[in-house]
Design a binder for this molecule. Sequence first.
Ligand SMILES: Cc1cc2nc3c(=O)[nH]c(=O)nc-3n(C[C@H](O)[C@H](O)[C@H](O)COP(=O)(O)OP(=O)(O)OC[C@H]3O[C@@H](n4cnc5c(N)ncnc54)[C@H](O)[C@@H]3O)c2cc1C
Length: 463
Amino acid sequence: MFANITALPTLDTLSLPDLALQELNIHLRGQLIRRGDADYDQARQLWNGAVDKRPALIVRSQTAQDVALAVTFARNHNLPVSVRAGGHNAAGLALVDDGLVIDLSRMKRIQIDPARRVARAEPGLTIGEFTRALEPYGLLTPTGTCSGTGIGGMTLGGGIGWLTGRFGLAVDNVLSFEVVTAEGRLLKASAEENADLFWGLRGGGGNFGVVTAIEYQLHPMGQVLGGTILYPLSLDVLRAYFDFTSAAPDEVIAYAALATIPNAGPAVAITVCYSGDDLAAGEQALAPLRQFGSPIVDMIRPMNYTELITSLDPTAPDGRHYADTAYSLKQPGDDALKAMLACAEQKSSPFSVIVIHHINGAGTRVAPDATAFALREPHYSIVNAAAWEEGPAEPHLAWAQESLARMQPFASQGLYVNFMGQEGEAAIREAYRANYERLVALKRKYDPTNFFRMNQNIKPGGK
Ligand SMILES: Cc1cc2nc3c(=O)[nH]c(=O)nc-3n(C[C@H](O)[C@H](O)[C@H](O)COP(=O)(O)OP(=O)(O)OC[C@H]3O[C@@H](n4cnc5c(N)ncnc54)[C@H](O)[C@@H]3O)c2cc1C
C-alpha cells in the first residue's frame, strides 16, 4: 500500500558530494545547475552548435565571491574546470565534460567614469552590450568586431578589431584586472599591484585565474565611417584589398570575408571602419576601396560603432555548426592569393567563409615584450571558418583542414591565440614567441597545478 510513496532522502543516504553541493548552493548568490535540471541544456549551449559537452556542474556566478566558491569546490572535489564568458570560443573551451563550468555570463555590471574616461566592466558582457553602454558618453575602447563575442575571452587573448590601428589592442587599453586565482583568492592586477600577473593577463588568456572585472581606458569617439562593400570574388579584388590595407593609415581597419552572398554568389565582402575624428577625411581615405571594380553593393556610411559591430552578427549566428582553422600571413604574393582563391572556390557550404583580419597601426607599435601578446608586427590573421546547419560534419572539417594545408607554405610564424583551436603546444609556444618562458614562470607562480587548463594552455612545466 506504500508502493507509490517515494522515500525522501535522509542525511545518511546522501553522498558527501551531495551535501557539499547543498552547501555550495546555499552560499552562492548565483545559480548551481546540475545535469537533469531544467536549465541544464540551455546553460551548456555555446555559439558553436557543433559543441556537445556535458559538464557535471555549471556555476552561474553573480559575484567574484561565487567564482571563488566554485574554484574552491572544484579543487576540493578534484573536478576539472572550465571558464565561460561569452561562449564564442569556436573549439568549445568554455565547457568541460564531467567537470565544473564557472559561467560568468550573468556578470554584466558596468561602471563608467566619464571624467576619468575609465570603465570597470564584468566579463559576462558581450562586446555589443559593452559598447552600447559606453556610446551615450561618447567614449569607446578597442574591442573585437562582432557584437556577440564576450569581452572576457576577447580581452584576455589580446582583442583585435576596428580600433586596433588607432588605439591598439583591447589589452593595450586595460588598466587593471580583478582575478580569482587557483587558490580561490581575489587579487587585483595592475601596473602597481601584481604587475607580473598584469603583464601575463594581457594576452595570456585564461591561464592564470578567473577574471571577474576589467578596468579599461576609454577614448572619445563619435560616429565612424563604416560598413561593408561587396565585390565579385576575383584575384584582382583580393590583390587590391591587400594593397589597400598594407598602406592604410592608423584610422582605417578593413577585414575581408570570402563568402557566398545570397542572390550574388561568391564575393569578397570588405567591412571597413574609419575611426578618425574627421569623417570627410575618412571619405578620402576610403575612396580607393570603392575603386576595386564595380561593387555589387556599397553600404559604407557614417554610423555608430555598435551599429557596425552588430551588422556582422547575421553572418555568424548562434547555434550554427562551426569548425575553424587559422593562420597568419604577411604581405602575400600572387601565389598565396591564388591558393586562397582556390580555397574559397572549394568551400563545402555556402555558410562557410574565409575571414581576413587586418592588424596594423598602434597595435603593432607596442613592444612585443610589453604585454604577453607577442604578435606585434603588421600582419593578417586568417580564419577558414567552416559553417553548416545540417548533415555530416566531415566535408566541412575536411575543407577547413585542406584550406589550412594549402595555405601553410605561405603562412608566417605565430597565430593569435583567440583564433586557435586544438593546434597544441608547439603552436602556443609560437604564438607567444620570446614571451613564452616568462609565461611559464608566471604559470608556475600563480597556477602550479595547472588548475586552469581549458584554454590555450601554458603548462607550468613548460612542456
Ligand atoms: C564570430 C566571432 C568573431 C570573432 N571576432 C573576433 C575579433 O574581431 N577580434 C578578436 O580579438 N577575437 C575575435 N573572435 C575570437 C574571440 O575573441 C575568442 O573566441 C574569445 O575567446 C571569445 O571570448 P568569449 O568570452 O566569448 O568566449 P568563451 O568561449 O566564453 O571563453 C573562451 C575562453 O576564454 C577564457 N576566458 C573567458 N573569459 C574569462 C575570464 N573572465 N577569466 C578567465 N578566463 C576567461 C577561458 O579560457 C575560455 O575557455 C571572434 C570569435 C567569433 C566566434
